[in-house]
Design a binder for this molecule. Structure first.
Ligand code: PLP
Length: 435
């Protein structure tokens, strides 16, 4: 299958090139030329299928033309080797727990898939080419990508993160790994980190000397696999609610996750409608309500993985809906919550429903609670384990939060980072020194 750029100023490329390049040369985001519908027989049988079986069918629709079936099956089964259960929280609201993977957040799915697919493409190359993966993170991306790529032959990973703006437990997951992973602590915000990465890709001189690629959610190998678990969520939901279409609410930052859900719907998945939950970084909310898209610097909140002032996947949403605000607003509703509302939700749901939310999932829960109509039921994506935000969660629920075993291992490691000013010249020098 061919992939085109959302800016449409460069020719289409192969899957391999889209994955290796990350971002198109015209700064657009790659999009598959078509979204294949899945057959009715698949949906008829979906409640009887495992997460891995469902994921493989969805993966074939995207990648089947470009990756041999047996290899694709290995990549999918290896990526999706942990459960993603749908848990009932109230009468009408379900939580899709995306935190049972190695770094306890949904980004494990995309991070693990991309590492395996990129490893597959690089292994086909002759010679000893090193691919340098640059990734900007506001917390969870860095850990999922770094752990996904740890030890993968022929790949070096540089993780840029805003100094002092991620929790200790998040930081430990990508600053303690060593080997082919370098953690860079940037004096600035997440948007500054993202800007440095984008600038590196545009720097012709640097690109002549080093082979660079991105592992942010702009990479098709990270964002498309996220559609797998929407199908699995639906399969579990239908077992409990035959003949119903769920409303799905996605706590959103860069909008990769919700875009993958939209792709699922285009493939035929019966989802009634979507809700995008914003924290105080309400750029998308304002767009839905006014039709105007005005990016602005991000502000810090307790749901920090959603602190994004200019969501990169917005370009994809615009593209799939042909730039029609009406079409977008008909499919996706939006909400915005401040820290006090997020905290109150966590506290209340813990007390009344005995369910421990993380700050991101709390935005999703509250949106469903407020916007579900009488005859509707909804699923929110619980995007990370609450223990990843222990320092925030504990004072709110007034109880100790147990760290899952998978995360405990990281806490014992020693932090090792390189410090960086926000200046691009310094970043370039650092990359060239480490190539
Ligand atoms: C990354 C992340 C989000 C936002 O996801 P996007 O795909 O960037 O919209 C939400 N919650 C958590 C916990 C995350 O790590």
């Amino acid at each position: 299958m061919k992939y085109y750029s959302t800016n449409k100023a460069v020719p289409e490329v192969s899957l391999k090139d889209a994955v290796i390049k990350g971002l198109a040369a015209d700064r657009g985001l790659f999009m598959p030329e078509k979204i294949n519908k899945l057959p009715q027989s698949f949906f008829d049988n979906i409640v009887n299928m495992t997460l891995q079986e469902i994921s493989f069918e969805v993966a074939k629709a995207f990648f089947g033309e470009d990756v041999e079936e047996a290899r694709l099956k290995d990549i999918v089964y290896d990526t999706m080797n942990f459960d993603i259960p749908l848990v009932q929280v109230t009468e009408d609201i379900y939580s899709l727990e995306l935190f049972h993977g190695p770094t306890a957040a949904f980004k494990d799915v995309g991070g693990r898939f991309m590492a395996r697919l990129l490893g597959y493409f690089i292994s086909q190359e002759k010679g000893d080419k090193t691919v340098n993966v640059l990734v900007a993170t506001s917390g969870d991306t860095g850990s999922a990508v770094a752990n996904g790529f740890l030890g993968v032959e022929g790949i070096k990973v540089f993780v840029l993160y805003p100094k002092g703006k991620v929790s200790e437990i998040q930081e430990k997951q990508f600053t303690t790994l060593g080997r082919n992973i370098t953690a860079i602590e940037v004096d600035g915000t997440f948007d500054d980190c993202q800007k440095l990465v984008k600038e590196a890709f545009m720097d012709e001189d640097l690109n002549k000397q080093m082979f660079l690629t991105s592992a942010n959610s702009i990479n098709v190998a990270r964002f498309l696999p996220q559609s797998f678990y929407y199908f699995y969520a639906y399969a579990q939901f239908r077992k409990m609610n035959p003949d119903m279409e769920p409303v799905i609410c996605v706590p959103s930052g860069n909008f990769g996750n919700i875009t993958a859900g939209l792709f699922g719907k285009f493939m035929g998945l019966p989802i009634k409608r979507f809700i995008a939950a914003n924290n105080k970084n309400d750029i998308f909310y304002k767009y839905i309500k006014t039709g105007e898209y005005s990016p602005k610097p991000s502000v810090q909140t307790i749901a920090n993985a959603m602190d994004v002032g200019d969501p990169s996947n917005f370009a994809r949403i615009i593209d799939i809906f042909g730039n029609s605000h009406d079409a977008i607003a008909a499919e996706i509703d939006a909400v915005t919550y401040d820290d006090a509302q997020i905290a109150a939700t966590m506290s209340e749901v813990y007390k009344t429903d005995k369910y421990l939310l993380d700050p991101h999932g709390a935005c999703g829960f509250l949106a469903l609670k407020q916007l579900l109509e009488k005859d509707e039921k909804g699923i929110f994506l619980e995007t990370a384990h609450p223990a990843k935000f222990k320092d925030t969660v504990e004072p709110i629920v007034k109880e100790e939060v147990k760290i899952p075993e998978s995360l405990q291992g990281f806490m014992k490691g020693k932090k090792d980072t390189v410090e960086l000013s926000g200046s691009y010249a310094d970043f370039k020098e650092l990359l060239l020194k480490n190539k």
